[in-house]
Design a protein around this ligand. Structure first.
Ligand code: ADP
Ligand code: MG
Length: 368
């Protein structure tokens, strides 16, 4: 594995440990004789450590539920993987790989899940004037993200890459269930929604199985199903973007997703400059005005899209957007170290005060 890949793995492990710590804080000291038992599963899928905690009355259903969650992540990964180096006639080849290979050639039949992700992405792209754009594939390739072969593109390279970007050009035929990219070289990249979408699908499975209490953490994409077995809300932390061992805030949530996009999640350094993986589709460059963007929403897919969108939009326009969307909130840490959060979180967020950040909304602490 190259240096970037190793670094990423180490970072993910650190995020995992931090998340685990928060899980433990959240679990409390339940009386095992009266409470459902806890079943834990984890695996490395979608380049990310997926961790699941399920509470169930019986071992069989607890273990099965944990496995179902991991299976959902694997299933969505197989639909969205951009780099499936397989033969095109292989039925297992990912939808996204086939769409991209057939750019400028023909429409490609895809699964209902892929259509839904593209439609949801497009809905929000319109809302945020293209700050979120699933056609950033050519730009991601220019920077070498995804395959960890990093490169700083020249102005000319970026210019030609940008000509291939435009979510409005994606032709989705809902009746025929096909997707078509009209120009050769265009590429779909669902990296900004796939984890959130897989989280929602996994939660759906858990509910169908009768699970009432669970926590899924997909490397920064968290969903809390129900409350903790003791009836209290789950506690989920927001990582300090410049110190992976610390938190800037804790949130009390139930039946809610908390998704964070950060400039520290995937990046490389050249000549002392840090280049990360969330690109501004208007310039082709990494977006610079935010360090971390956290969205709290009922759907993890929506939260995933919006965390990326707000990262690109920046604090002012980002908060303006989130305030228009019902049941959806945000916590933004900008490049100057200012923290802004939306009003809806006032009673459920507690800031640690660590890291020297400046809270723009004044002092706030939940009653936890
Ligand atoms: P992570 O996947 O690390 O949790 P995000 O949810 O913010 O972080 O998604 C970043 C990923 O989304 C990138 O790795 C890339 O695949 C894709 N992406 C990057 N910039 C954009 C953008 N402006 N719009 C849509 N997708 C993007
Ligand atoms: Mg995202």
């Amino acid at each position: 594995m190259d240096k970037g890949g190793m670094f990423l793995r180490r970072q993910l492990a650190a995020v995992g440990i931090l998340a685990w710590f928060i899980f433990m804080m959240g679990a409390g000291c339940a009386d095992r004789s009266t409470q459902p038992q806890e079943y834990i599963r984890e695996d490395f899928v979608m380049n990310t450590l997926i961790q699941v905690r399920v509470f169930a009355a019986e071992a069989e259903s607890g273990q099965k539920a944990g496995q179902e969650v991991l299976d959902e992540f694997t299933r969505i990964d197989h639909l969205t993987d951009r780099f499936a180096e397989k033969n095109l006639s292989d039925p297992e080849i990912s939808d996204v790989y086939r769409i991209n290979q057939n750019a400028g050639i023909r429409p490609v039949p895809v699964s209902k899940d892929t259509l839904t992700m593209l439609e949801r992405g497009s809905y929000f792209s319109t809302m945020c004037s293209g700050a979120f754009d699933v056609t950033v594939g050519p730009l991601m390739n220019l920077w070498g993200f995804g395959q960890a072969q990093y490169h700083v593109p020249s102005t000319e390279e970026l210019k030609s890459g940008l000509e291939l970007v435009g979510y409005q050009q994606v032709v989705v035929d809902k009746t025929r269930k096909t997707v078509f990219l009209p120009e050769k070289g265009m590429e779909i990249d669902l990296g900004g929604i796939a984890k959130g979408y897989a989280t929602d699908k996994a939660v759906q499975k858990l509910r169908q199985m009768g699970i009432e209490s669970a926590l899924i953490n997909a490397g920064g994409s968290v969903y809390a199903l129900g409350s903790k077995p003791d009836g209290e809300p789950w506690l989920v932390g927001i990582q300090d973007p410049r110190d992976e061992k610390n938190l800037v805030a804790c949130l009390r949530i139930k039946d809610t997703a908390v998704v964070t996009s950060g400039d520290y999640e995937r990046y490389f350094t050249r000549d002392g400059v840090c280049y990360h993986h969330i690109l501004d589709p208007a310039t082709g460059q990494p977006a610079r005005s935010i360090m971390s963007s956290t969205i709290v929403a009922p759907s993890a897919a929506d939260a995933d899209v919006l965390s990326t969108a707000l990262f690109v939009l920046g604090s002012g326009p980002g908060m303006e957007l989130v305030n228009k969307i019902s049941a959806t909130d945000a916590v933004l840490v900008d490049d100057l170290g200012n923290i802004t959060f939306s009003e809806g979180l006032s009673n459920q967020i507690k800031f640690t005060g660590g890291g020297g950040y400046t809270l723009q909304n004044g002092e706030v602490g939940g009653d936890s």
